[in-house]
Design a protein around this ligand. Structure first.
Ligand code: NAD
Length: 291
């Protein structure tokens, strides 16, 4: 058996086409959805992510602003930029690109973003709403993973989902989203003993570790759906995931590639959240797209 590929690039393009219609409809109702991305310092990976987000917004017909601040900017200055954006009527979504320099508290910055404009879905109010299964702005990577599984048309209810990794931005929220979809969820992490015994029970295995090609076929139940969140460089400097794709594809039923799996979905769900935030803030519904 060779696993079917879950093509994040294609799935993401089809979602973006739908979102584009929603943006056009919102514009017809007099509102241009706007995203502000704040970039602090000179981290080259962060700059690449910010540029991709800016470009993706423009392609959809949204307004987008990139605010660049020096590495040495004070926490107070950054917080006042965020407060200004909270009160800016052109802006419906605010994203402060992480990581921030060590002298700035990420927690304070996230908590200063208006929950209504928190398109990353990291504000404790949005996390709390997600935990209690209320409508909210969902964290983009976990939300994108849910959309990837939905695209396979395989029902989630009753499935055993095993998550490897418990970060606040991927592992923890993705497990919660699948619990909300009536899956049985097991979390594992660096202190888990006998990891393989647990992962081999997974109908859906979500891997968010950050170690190149750590997960091999002996971790996988035959026919499982394997979602690889990892973004690493292999020994030749090539982009690769946390899953050893070539090794696992003969055991898994479905698998995401890296690149072209989870990555494109993250930006797509940011666009989704920006459109959703704009429609809620401006009190406009019936955009012809489910938000
Ligand atoms: P993190 O470093 O915050 O968390 C890693 C988690 O992996 C931790 O909870 C840790 O307990 C667990 N872990 C570490 N070693 C382990 C081991 N040997 N066995 C089991 N668990 C282990 O990382 P993160 O922010 O959650 O990101 C994880 C990966 O996903 C990274 O490669 C990151 O670049 C990538 N990522 C990709 C996207 C995307 O859009 N594609 C978004 C976010 C993160």
């Amino acid at each position: 058996m060779v696993a079917a590929l879950i093509n994040g690039k294609e799935i993401s393009l089809s979602i973006r086409e739908e979102l584009k219609l929603g943006v056009t409809e919102l514009k017809n109702q007099g509102v241009i959805p706007g995203l502000a991305v704040v970039l602090v310092g000179n981290n080259s990976a962060s700059r690449t992510y910010v540029n991709s987000k800016h470009k993706a917004c423009n392609e959809l017909g949204m307004y987008s602003e990139v605010i660049e601040l020096a590495e040495a900017v004070s926490e107070d200055e950054l917080l006042s930029v965020v407060r200004k954006l909270n009160n800016d009527d052109k802006i419906h979504g605010i994203l402060v690109q992480l990581p921030l320099p060590a002298h700035i508290s990420e927690k304070k910055v996230i908590e200063t973003i208006s929950p209504l404009k928190d398109v990353d879905g990291f504000h404790p109010i949005n996390i709390g709403r997600m935990m209690t299964n209320q409508d909210s702005l969902l964290p983009c990577t976990p939300f994108g993973i849910l959309k990837l599984i939905e695209a396979t048309n395989i029902p989630i209810s009753g499935k055993h989902v095993v998550v490897i990794g418990r970060s606040n931005i991927v592992g923890k929220p993705v497990g919660q989203l699948f619990l909300n979809e009536n899956a049985t969820v097991t979390y594992t992490h660096s202190r888990t003993t006998d990891l393989k015994r647990i992962t081999k029970q997974a109908d859906i295995l979500i891997v968010a570790i950050g170690v190149a090609k750590l997960i091999t076929s002996d971790y996988i139940k035959e026919g499982a759906i394997v979602i690889d969140v990892g973004m690493n460089r292999d020994e030749n400097g090539k982009l690769c995931g946390d899953v050893d794709f070539e090794n696992v594809k003969s055991v898994a039923g479905h698998i995401t590639p890296v690149p072209g799996g989870v990555g494109p979905m993250t930006i797509t769900m940011l666009l989704h959240n920006t459109l959703k935030a704009a429609s809620q803030i401006e009190n406009k519904s019936n955009l012809g797209v489910k938000l």
